[in-house]
Ligand binder design. Structure first.
Ligand SMILES: NC(=O)c1ccc[n+]([C@@H]2O[C@H](COP(=O)([O-])OP(=O)(O)OC[C@H]3O[C@@H](n4cnc5c(N)ncnc54)[C@H](OP(=O)(O)O)[C@@H]3O)[C@@H](O)[C@H]2O)c1
Length: 340
């Protein structure tokens, strides 16, 4: 016996990837339904070799459904997730709405799988921000060995992290640079994204950091260890899919780069590609449609006592959103629900 599954936001980047991953991983499903806004009523989306017709979320009754994957943004989630949860359907949410709620587990299954057990307080489990998810997969096994004190991270985040309109903006702006009369002004972003980089993701906070930077700090503490200090600079780059991160880590104990490489080779969800030669590292175009979080450029930071630098790359629509959400459902199934 499998699950009755709902995908909310099925016409979006994350929702479509969610349907792909549920099919690829053969998640045990008895019945599945695809929901989006009324605008998309009847829009066809793929689920394995089947096609689903999208229904209107607003009209949908969640009674009798087991799991709802939400990928619709915080405003619509605020209205519909509590409705689903109240009807007895467990919500796995991709928005930032519930991530910092003490009664909602924030889960990366390779890191804190046991946290799913706390789902019942609100019937909701939160999926972390894309840039946090891939970073903590790499940090956790190193933290277990040498205790991380501080992390300094700079991100290089692709436009698919913003949504489907941002992908169009990069595409149209890039074409517009070459075709006279087809130049495109920025609409989704505050500045030109084609052939440029923008050190601004999400809103500015009073501290001067952006909300995206704050999320990496707060979420790493909630998922891995509240004692870890994190400082982040989050940058949008003209890449369609795949986030990259340059991560500097300071440990309590010394960790040799060769031992770190071995630890990461054994770590769940991580693939080490680290040859000190031309091309011996992973770039975002190579991570697309892959399940792994890739770690390259593992090297000692000799400017501090116990320091290491790593380069972390992953498909943000997968580990950063859809894959992690499906893994949460798998973990919940194995630990709690025990169907399938
Ligand atoms: N992209 C990432 O890397 C990433 C990573 C982590 C988390 N997230 C989060 O995942 C969510 C979705 O992101 P995305 O990149 O997939 O965005 P997207 O491509 O813009 O898609 C948004 C989806 O939400 C639906 N939607 C919007 N408002 C709705 C409403 N009022 N009622 C019902 N459906 C509604 C849209 O339906 P229509 O097509 O009908 O408008 C569409 O299916 C966001 O909360 C985002 O923060 C994204």
């Amino acid at each position: 016996m499998g699950y009755k599954v709902v995908v909310c936001g099925a016409t979006g980047n994350v929702g479509r990837e969610m349907l792909n991953i549920l099919a690829e991983r053969q998640f045990p499903i008895d019945e599945i339904t695809a929901l989006a806004s009324r605008r998309s009523l009847g829009t066809e989306v793929s689920f394995g070799d089947k096609t689903l017709k999208t229904k209107d979320l607003e009209q949908f009754d969640f009674t009798g459904w087991d799991i709802a994957f939400f990928a619709i943004g915080s405003d619509a989630t605020k209205i519909h997730a509590p409705r689903a949860a109240k009807a007895g359907c467990i919500v796995i949410d991709n928005s930032s709405l519930y991530r910092y709620d003490a009664d909602v587990p924030l889960v990366v299954p390779e890191v804190n799988p046991e946290a799913v057990d706390g789902y019942a307080k609100k019937n909701i489990i939160a999926n972390p921000n894309c840039s946090t998810a891939q970073m903590v997969v790499a940090l956790k096994p190193l933290h277990d060995r040498a205790r991380i004190k501080r992390v300094v991270v700079s991100t290089y985040q692709s436009v698919s992290g913003t949504g489907k309109d941002a992908i169009d903006e990069l595409w149209d702006q890039t074409k517009g640079m070459y075709v006279p009369g087809q130049e495109r002004e920025p609409k989704v972003y505050t500045k030109q994204i084609a052939f440029n980089v923008i050190p601004h993701i999400d809103v500015f906070m009073d501290s001067g950091e952006t909300k995206e930077e704050w999320k990496m700090v707060a979420e790493t503490k909630k998922i891995v260890d509240p004692k870890i200090k994190v400082t982040a600079t989050c940058v949008r780059v003209p890449v369609f899919v795949g986030h990259s991160e340059a991560v500097n880590i300071e440990f309590e104990e010394f960790l040799d780069e060769d031992e770190a490489r071995d630890i990461l080779r054994q770590a769940p969800g991580v693939l080490v590609v680290d040859k000190r030669e031309d091309g011996g590292y992973v770039t975002p175009v190579e991570c697309v449609a892959d399940f792994a979080t890739f770690v390259s450029r593992i090297r000692q930071d000799s400017t501090i006592e116990n320091g290491l630098n790593i380069w972390v790359v992953s498909d943000n629509l997968r580990k950063g959103a859809a894959l992690n959400a499906v893994q949460i459902a798998e973990t919940l199934g194995a630990r709690v629900l025990k169907k399938g």
